[in-house]
Design a binder for this molecule. Sequence first.
Ligand code: URA
Length: 213
Amino acid sequence: MDFSMDNVTIFTHPLIQHKISILRDKRTGTNEFRALIEEIAMLMGFEALRDLPLQDVEVETPIETCMTPMIAGKKMAVVPILRAGLGMVNGILALVPSAKVGHIGLYRDEVTHEPHEYYCKLPSPIEQRTIVVTDPMLATGGSAVAAVDFIKQHGGRNIKFMAIIAAPEGLKRLQESHPDIQIYIGHLDRQLNENAYICPGLGDAGDRIFGTK
Ligand code: URA
């Protein structure tokens, strides 16, 4: 499957790859799984946020007064896609504690696998913020496309999408539907199976984060 890589970053950092391998292991329990999802989100976020705008502010050090850069303006919003996306939020907040958090609730029709919205609450003014949408699994791309659609309808412009594992099918769909957003992927897996699970994947990310089944 071919897609242009212009707006996609696929991480090759050994720490991210190592942690994803532990996530995949079915013996990894809920506590460790949850902690790893957060850590990987933080490591990915560090790179994804490298273009946050800076402005010089005056600071008095113990030695003298200087102008020094700080994050400018209305900063950021993290918008997890419920529910698995919640697992990545604290990793981003560790980097930008002042970020606001919106939520988008979508459920997947079990037959068509298409997303339906049941909740959407975004911080305002959304149009002035860098928005990081989180979902650990970019599978069919249906939820990701719908979430970005909603955010754009509410005025969001500077949108980044972050997934820990993606299927080629979902990445292609998201790229084609929203070529203007930046996409960050921890690992690109082989394919979807007939139930729209990513192979080899890690199973149901929401169930593994929250210990449900
Ligand atoms: N959602 C998941 O949690 N896992 C998959 O493999 C696909 C979608």
